[in-house]
Design a binder for this molecule. Structure first.
Ligand code: C2E
Ligand code: MG
Ligand code: MG
Ligand code: MG
Length: 286
């Protein structure tokens, strides 16, 4: 009987594995179709000037309008997309859509349009031989000025192969595109790569902003990172600002750009556009 029980348990385990595998294959297939079926959505989150409060730029964030499960956040499908390589296609779509959207906005309503858009790139993208060609193509096809595009890469991605990365990024910068280090402080940051890798923007990770209020040591750290960035001539953006107290502290620290729910959540392009039109009309009536 004990033997049978063991066997049963194993079968239950096996069934569960089988079920998980089928789920994964199913999701993989549906994600693969998502791009072609037009189920990806571009959302934009404002990057705001401190202390002027003006929207200077936007970050492009992908969403998946899954017909079965509704609007999906990147956390639910980006890992699978990265494992399967589908991320390259997703990133290419977002890049093109972001460039197109911001260019159209700048043309139709320059007073309310963002000055720049930043797009996230996964590791796989940096390994593509023709990354520079793809970016150049997206710019040429949409008419967006290279100075209006920022590419965001995480430290971990940047550190993979310093020599290759540095050369690749320099090609992109030669186009006029800027490079941001995303989630700064969460990877294996060695200061050496700030010396060797050409970057323009440093985005301080949200984990350094959470708990900032009331933590003197963390405040010293964030303040030092802001000074370091400015000394190196970089634009520094603080991520994940969720309340007015955090914003007040960052203002005192001399931070010039901030992003977070307190300043604006990621939203569909149409919604952000409409809100900007209304805000501007209220600020400058007639
Ligand atoms: P990220 O690039 O660091 O983007 C910032 C994330 O923080 C976004 O999550 C944003 O919605 C969230 N966020 C912004 N402000 C706040 C805040 O005040 N509080 C909190 N709790 N969260 C805030 P999202 O959109 O879920 O994206 C998560 C990550 O997925 C991104 O982190 C990025 O690494 C990745 N991702 C998003 N879109 C793309 C894409 O098109 N391509 C690639 N390769 N990765 C993407
Ligand atoms: Mg980012
Ligand atoms: Mg980030
Ligand atoms: Mg992140």
């Amino acid at each position: 009987a004990a033997k049978d029980q063991g066997k049963n348990r194993f079968m239950i385990f096996e069934n569960r594995m089988h079920e998980q595998l089928l789920n994964r294959l199913d999701q993989e297939a549906r994600l693969r179709d998502a791009v072609h079926r037009g189920e990806l959505r571009l959302h934009l989150q404002p990057v705001v000037g401190v202390p002027d409060g003006r929207m200077h730029g936007v970050e492009a964030l992908v969403r998946w309008q899954d017909p079965e499960r509704g609007l999906q956040q990147p956390g639910t499908f980006i890992p699978l997309a990265e494992e399967t390589g589908m991320i390259v296609e997703i990133d290419r779509w977002i890049l093109r859509e972001a460039c197109h959207t911001v260019r159209q906005w700048q043309q139709h309503s320059p007073q309310t349009a963002p000055d720049w858009v930043s797009v996230n790139l996964s590791a796989a993208h940096l390994e593509l031989a023709d990354l520079t060609g793809q970016v150049a193509y997206a710019l040429a096809a949409t008419g967006l000025s290279p100075h209006c595009l920022v590419l965001e890469l995480t430290e971990t991605v940047l550190m993979r192969d310093l020599a290759v990365t540095a050369a690749r990024l320099q090609e992109l910068r030669d186009l006029g595109v800027r490079i941001a280090i995303d989630d700064f402080g969460t990877g294996y940051s060695s200061l050496g790569y700030l010396r060797d890798i050409p970057v323009d923007v440093l985005k301080i990770d949200r984990s350094f902003i959470t708990g900032l209020v009331g933590n003197g040591r963390q405040q010293e750290l964030v303040s030092a990172v802001i000074q370091l960035g400015h000394t190196l001539g970089l634009r520094v953006v603080a991520e994940g600002i969720e309340d007015a107290d955090q914003l007040a502290l960052l203002t005192v620290m001399g931070c010039k750009f901030a992003q977070g729910y307190h300043l604006g959540r990621p939203e569909a392009v149409g919604a952000l556009y409409e809100r900007r039109q209304k805000e501007t009309a209220t600020a400058h009536p007639g």
